[in-house]
Design a protein around this ligand. Structure first.
Ligand code: GLA
Length: 686
């Protein structure tokens, strides 16, 4: 057992990308390495999709080409994020075992011809994955360039659920483990509704397309099972790698806020969180959503730095319309990831492909080679990143945390029988974070059970599935002085999808001091009004008939519709802190008004004047605050600046105010302050 935590073996911020040398001749490799060095590249990820090139026939390996390129890279000081090459099976494996193909919910088998064509539960796949991981570890475990193990690639990207007979067998074993007996399962699944009682384990199937709405608990359990099945696959490779190379850190690349896998659990078993982030270049405010994704990444391992393992240098090729990134946007978006705790910036991919599915995907080195704009911009970025070395290892300071809970996400999106299909977990989470972002507060992510140490405010946009442990943790937080904000349709059902006695908000009833009499969703063509002290705002999607205890203060009321005059937003003093309930789905302006109220009462600064393009995030070590000030827009922005701050990017001390040009950035180093630095916008051109 290693006694020190396994970490990325690199003495600098990581800079580089995916590399596919097996698509190029060796002459090109030499040019690659030269240009990589010139661009400040110090690490590349390979050979992610190369299993067929490494094992052209069962048991016959061809390591020679990989030996040569790894040596060439390392001789040039470029470290390796070494993939186990298990992201996709070779054709010979699939043809020998056609049963390992994944099946969709309608019973169709998916064919070879793309990638990731495997059933996560397939014993043959698992056996071969473990064998390949071992072969890679035994071959390259002592390579001096090996900095990190890259397991598989984006689990669940194309196939995250499989409905095949093997998955059904695995699902049954998972259910036996969870419920013990068939009676236990029947009880949990509430089978007396619609005649669903099971009399034998092998009557249970994966929830394929059925005549009508499926059993909600079966659907929810299938989500949990499918995430766990993928996690087992990950663990299988981790076990092999830890046995052969106990000191090398392992990762798998996540896909930001990805619904299908419970990343809290994935992060627990790996050493380093890595993320692939592809904010939509055509969306001028895609950085707002990215800020939540990055907030999750840094939180998955308790605030430790993570690594942006893939991003695009310009356009992607998998959207319907793939718009390039405007000049300067590569830089500001990359710096945003670093601001949010990434200890580096990496891209998909180093050299733009000449053929195949991704030949139109941008790369660091575009089709025009050195002359390409993406190379010029990524080269400049690589060199500039070296000035940010002091931030490596530092951690983001956030006062607000947002609860991310996969059970509630699945529960409110896998199930067909709900009050409204319009109340979406992810949209709620994003809308709440957007309001906090506009007010100048970056958010971390937390589990509903905490820990909440160090935060002033914890918001839970939707906790549809709740339990006593969550309520105890949130109550303890408010007792100790924290502010809790709970969103609509929370505390509705338990982990087996049974409505709490007395209805919502179930275990949060005492903390919030309210009861929900009925959920009252809005028709698609309806908008209601909600009145707050700050004005009247539009309520869309959802409202609730709530009744409040005597000690509850109503901060907003419905102002039209059937609930006219009823409470919409409430707050209650809870211990030394307070507990808010927001029963509606407000538009951005309304949510911002509510959260301004929340922050002000919690004594946390909130911006009076908002500008969606201004992004301010502080990383800190023991002595220094590193405040990243980013302008994601096309117009200049001016902010005030802490006294004596020095911009690490320019080396200059900054005066009282700082004006950032279009897509401009500054990284201000100043002595660590007691409170998290909060920069005020002094002018805006909006
Ligand atoms: C994902 C994959 C990469 C590549 C990129 C393209 O992130 O991991 O292999 O396909 O998408 O954006």
């Amino acid at each position: 057992m290693a006694t020190t935590p396994r970490a990325l073996r690199l003495d600098a911020l990581a800079y580089g990308g995916d590399y596919n040398p097996d698509q190029w001749s060796e002459d090109v490799w030499r040019e690659d390495v030269r240009l990589m060095r010139e661009a400040g590249v110090n690490i590349v990820s390979l050979p992610i999709f190369s299993w067929p090139q490494l094992e052209p026939q069962p048991g016959v390996y061809d390591w020679a080409w990989l030996d040569r390129i790894l040596d060439l890279l390392w001789e040039n000081g470029i470290a390796i994020d070494l993939a186990t090459a298990t992201a996709t099976p070779p054709s010979w494996l699939l043809r020998a075992h056609p049963e390992m193909r994944p099946m969709d919910a309608e019973g169709h088998l998916l064919e070879f011809g793309s990638r990731q064509v495997y059933c996560p539960s397939s014993p043959v796949w698992r056996e071969n994955v473990a064998r390949m991981a071992r072969a890679m570890a035994e071959r390259y475990g002592n390579h001096p360039g090996l900095a990190l193990w890259h397991i598989s690639n984006e689990y669940g990207d194309h196939v995250s659920r499989c409905w095949c007979p093997e998955s059904a067998r695995h699902f049954r074993r998972w259910l036996q483990n969870r419920y013990g007996t068939l009676d236990g399962l029947n009880e949990a699944w509430g089978v007396n509704v619609w005649g669903q009682r099971y009399t034998a384990w092998d009557h249970i199937e994966t929830p394929k397309k059925a005549p009508g709405p499926g059993n909600p608990t079966q659907l929810l359990d299938f989500e949990r099972f499918s995430s766990d099945a993928m996690l087992e696959l990950f663990q299988l490779e981790i076990d092999v790698l830890r046995e052969v190379t106990p000191d090398i850190a392992v990762t798998t690349n996540f896909m930001s806020m990805f619904r299908d896998l419970d990343y809290w659990r994935f992060a627990e078993v790996e050493d380093l969180v890595t993320d692939d982030a592809y904010p939509e270049p055509a969306d001028p405010i895609s950085h707002v959503g990215a800020s939540l994704n990055y907030g999750l990444m840094r939180s998955l391992k308790d605030g430790q730095p993570w690594l942006l393992l893939e991003s695009s240098a310009s356009a992607t090729s998998w959207r319907d319309v793939n718009v390039p990134k405007a000049p300067g946007r590569i830089r500001v978006e990359s710096l945003q990831a670093v601001a949010h705790g990434s200890d580096g910036v990496m891209f998909f991919q180093w050299r733009q492909a000449k053929y195949g599915q991704e030949k139109f995907h941008s790369s660091m080195l575009g089709h025009r080679g050195e002359k390409s704009r993406s190379y010029r911009e990524t080269k400049a970025l690589g060199l500039e990143l070296q000035r940010l070395e002091p931030v490596r290892g530092s951690r983001v300071r956030s006062r607000v945390a947002l609860v991310v809970d996969w059970d509630s996400w699945w529960g409110s999106s896998a199930i067909e029988s709900l009050p409204s299909q319009r109340l979406q977990w992810a949209q709620q989470a994003r809308a709440w974070q957007r309001a906090l972002y506009l007010l100048g507060q970056p958010v971390d992510a937390v589990r509903a059970t905490g820990p909440f140490d160090g935060y002033d405010v914890v918001v839970a946009p939707n906790l549809y599935i709740a339990d006593a442990a969550q309520s105890a943790a949130l109550t303890a937080f408010s007792e100790a002085g924290g502010t809790v904000v709970v969103g609509p349709f929370s505390g509705v059902v338990d982990a087996t999808e049974k409505v709490f006695d007395g209805g919502a908000p179930g275990p949060f009833r005492e903390l919030l001091g309210i009861e929900v009499d009925e959920q009252w969703p809005l028709r698609d063509d309806d908008t209601e009004r909600v009145e707050t002290a700050a004005g009247t705002f539009a309520n869309v999607v959802w409202s609730e008939w709530i009744e409040e205890d005597a000690d509850v203060e109503v901060r907003a009321r419905y102002g039209s519709g059937e609930l006219d005059g009823h409470p919409a937003v409430t707050v209650r003093a809870a211990g030394k802190g307070s507990a808010w309930y927001v029963s509606c789905v407000l538009d951005d302006e309304g949510l911002t008004a509510v959260f301004r109220d929340v922050l002000t009462r919690a004594g946390i600064p909130a911006r009076d004047q908002v500008d969606v393009h201004l992004d301010v995030v502080t990383r800190a070590d023991a002595d220094t605050d590193y405040t990243f000030v980013l302008n994601h827009g096309r117009d200049p922005l001016t902010v005030d600046v802490p006294a004596g701050a020095r911009d690490l990017l320019t080396g200059q001390t900054v005066a009282d105010t700082l004006t950032l040009p279009r897509y401009g950035a500054a990284v201000l180093a100043s002595p660590r302050a007691g409170a998290v630095p909060f920069l005020t916008l002094t002018t805006t051109t909006d």
